[in-house]
Design a protein around this ligand. Sequence first.
Ligand code: MG
Length: 161
Amino acid sequence: MTARVGIGYDLHPLAEGRRLVLGGVEIPGADRGLVGHSDADALTHAIIDALLGAAGLGDIGQHFPDTDERWRDANSLTLLAEVCTFLEDHGWTPIHFDATVICETPRLAPHRDAMRLSLAETAGLQPLEVNVKFTTNEGLGVMGRAEAIAATAVATVERAG
Ligand code: MG
């Protein structure tokens, strides 16, 4: 068995008139949401890049270019499912994710279990194999001023042989 780890990072700006979706979960009552070509789910995007990195298969921009109308307002869980299938075609199986979301506001902790469940179900994992952590930027920088939300992730994948 060969195991590999990859890292991912993503950031999207916050703006009014957008839904706030993280880890495939729409945060109810959020007054602003993330701006991007897809649903701008920075947490799921960081995990996708971690998976692609672990398997040595490029990055999210190569597979889902923001010039492609197919991915406009796309549900990022759909992109995650496509990436998991792509990895399986190359013999890789995801076994673990760990992620940190850097978000000043709103408070995301009440939605942690829902995020773990939706990410795990999409990737064929158990919720205990998907860890999601939250932190603030202590009021500093674009995240601290709540102008953006960022996420980092690591993913572990394995391949037989
Ligand atoms: Mg992104």
